[in-house]
Every structure is written in C-alpha cells, then in structure tokens.
Design a binder for this molecule. Structure first.
Ligand SMILES: NC(=O)c1ccc[n+]([C@@H]2O[C@H](COP(=O)([O-])OP(=O)(O)OC[C@H]3O[C@@H](n4cnc5c(N)ncnc54)[C@H](OP(=O)(O)O)[C@@H]3O)[C@@H](O)[C@H]2O)c1
Length: 312
C-alpha cells in the first residue's frame, strides 16, 4: 500500500488520540497537532511528529499539512471562550480552509455531528454546520463529514453528580431515545477512511453507535457497572444546569449554547437524517463503555476523594 503522511488535529482528544494511535500502530507516518508538547509526548514516544500550535493559525496549519495524504479536522470545544462561540468556531474554520488551499491537501476527514444539517437552533453544532459548508466550497478537495451522534463520553459528567447526589442527572429528558456512540468507534471509522483515501467529492456519513438509549436505560447500565443497581436518573432544570456550568468555569456564551443543545436534543430536532443501517451502526455497546471507561472513572474519582479525605 502507498505510504504517506497523515495529519491529526485534536490529537490529544477523545477521537484524535485513537486515530493517531491506530495509524501509528500500523506503521504510518503521523503528524499530531496540539497546544502542548507535554500532552503530545505519549504520541511522540510512539513515533508521531508532534506539532505545537493553534488551530486558528492558518500558516502553522498549512505547514503541518504539507505533503499530507489525508488530514483529520475537528473544532475543539473551548468551554471558556467569552466571544460568540460560533465566531470562535468560524476563526478555526477559516484557518482550516486557508491552510487546505495553501498546502494542496486533497483528502479531508472532518469531525462534524448529527444535527449539522441544520443552520440554527442546535447550540455548538451550528459551527459544525458552518464548517461543512465552508469545506464543501473547496474545489478539488475531497471531504467526508463524519456526523456522529451523542458521545458516550458525555456520560462521564455523571461521575461527579453520582458521587455528590447519589443519583445520575443532567438536563437531558429521561425518556427520549438517543443514539449513543463510543468515540473510539468514530476514530476507527476516521482511520479507515484516511488509510484508504479513495473517497471523492463531498460526502456525509452518520455514525449512530450500536443502538438508541434513553437516559433511564443508560443510567441502569452505568449503575450496574459501578455496583449501584438501583441508581436513578433525574432531569435537572435548564437554569440549574446553566448555573452549574458557570460555576465550573464555563463562559456565559458557551453555557447558553450548551443549553440550546440540550433543548434541541430533548425536542427531537437533532436526529439521524436516514434509517439505522449496518454501515452507520458501530460496535461498542453502552454496557462495554460502562465497564471499560465509566466504571474506572467512577472508582478513580471515589479513590481520589478518599485520598483527599485521608490526607486532609
Ligand atoms: N460530545 C458529543 O456528544 C459530540 C457529538 C458530536 C460531535 N461532537 C464534536 O466533536 C468535537 C470534539 O471531539 P473530541 O471529544 O474528540 O475532542 P476533545 O476530546 O474535546 O479534544 C479537543 C482537542 O483539541 C485540542 N485543542 C483545543 N484547543 C486547541 C487549539 N486552539 N489549537 C489546537 N488544538 C486545540 C486539544 O488538545 P490540547 O488541549 O492538548 O491542545 C484536544 O486534543 C467537537 O467539535 C464537538 O462539537 C461532539
């Protein structure tokens, strides 16, 4: 197979990290982008070329993308931006577009989201709609927009809630069935496309996880994995969630976008545009995620709290 260089943005994040590790494990040349040499070190130790810079820096990106066979683009969630969140996303999109033009990259796998077909009313997904539009305007560049559903990793915010309140809770409705996906399955789909970049034109691939779950069902599964068979789920009012996000350091702008996202999911506006098929169904079940990821995070945080209490 023809070898080449692959460029991964967000390489220390949920999805980028697994793509980078997968390509490196297959002996590929990989450039990994992040803001910290320290955080990129584990990938450098596996053979990646670490590039430290910001995703709104078009010149840095163009240099990083030089001679790339395929690139993975994503717009990081930045919870502290005080400017309009869509404008923040717009600056990164602008840099990607300029860098792709200047570097001559021909194949892009772009991390978008379910709901990106809608221009308004979807919180942070509005910026991903913009990114699709902008990348689609690039002539001669082949792009696949991956549109994954709700990440199972979002459920990790329940760790603290369960520790502190004894119940699982968020602004999501308890009874709405939502497809949920493990980010490693998004990474697998992205890596597969990048390694065989024969895709042409502009395409969209929805990724829907193994099946749909309500928060009631999800909470039962998580509860079982942490030895709390009777764990229950409580829907928290939007304003209370907004205040909690602000108290955790989230900017007003981002908190408002997140509430709009909860509303649009609860009201069923963010949903697949097509039927569930073998192609858009991915393998990791919530039961597996609960055992492999949620339970260790819950037990780790319980251990940390215990350590704090002991050392105080
Ligand atoms: N959560 C969901 O349910 C969901 C569903 C569909 C789509 N999405 C989309 O998925 C994306 C998030 O993906 P993810 O969870 O894989 O990412 P993530 O874990 O949040 O990682 C973000 C990455 O971006 C890097 N980064 C942050 N700011 C940067 C900057 N200015 N310049 C360069 N690098 C920067 C971070 O690295 P350093 O900190 O090391 O620099 C990190 O590697 C978002 O676009 C989100 O809208 C999310």
């Amino acid at each position: 197979m023809e070898k080449g260089i692959y460029v991964i943005t967000g390489a220390t994040g949920n999805t980028g990290k697994v793509i980078a590790e997968s390509l490196l494990a297959q002996g590929e040349k990989v450039r990994v982008i992040g803001r910290s040499e320290e955080r990129l070190r584990f990938l450098a130790e596996k053979g990646a070329e670490p590039l430290v810079g910001s995703l709104d820096d078009a010149a840095f990106l163009a240099e990083a993308m030089r001679d790339a066979r395929a690139i993975f683009t994503m717009i990081p969630p930045n919870y502290t931006v005080t400017e309009n969140f869509r404008a923040y996303q717009g600056r990164i999109i602008e840099a990607f577009v300029k860098a792709i033009k200047d570097s001559g990259v021909t194949h892009v796998v772009n991390l978008s989201s379910l709901g990106a077909s809608l221009p308004e009313g979807t919180g942070p997904i509005k910026g991903l709609h913009d990114s699709e539009q902008q990348l689609n305007s690039l002539e001669g560049v082949n792009v696949v927009h991956l549109r994954p559903t709700f990440f199972m990793e979002n459920l990790l915010s329940g760790v603290n809630v369960i520790q502190q309140m004894g119940v699982n809770g968020s602004a999501s409705r308890p009874d709405v069935s939502v497809p949920m996906i493990a980010t490693k399955d998004i990474a697998e789909a992205a890596a597969r496309l990048m390694l065989n970049p024969t895709f042409t034109g502009k395409q969209v691939r929805e990724l829907l996880g193994p099946r749909d779950y309500t928060m009631i069902e999800a909470t039962k599964i998580l509860g079982r994995a942490i030895g709390k068979e009777d764990l229950t789920y409580v829907q928290v009012p939007y304003e209370q969630v907004r205040q909690a996000m602000l108290a955790q350091g989230m900017s007003e702008s981002v908190a408002n976008e997140m509430i709009e996202l909860f509303e649009s999911t609860n009201e069923g506006r963010i949903r697949p545009t097509g039927e569930r098929t073998q192609e858009n169904t991915t393998r990791t079940t919530l039961e597996e995620f609960a055992e492999e990821t949620f339970s260790p995070a819950y037990r780790g945080s319980a251990g940390a709290a215990q350590g704090e209490a002991t050392s105080a």
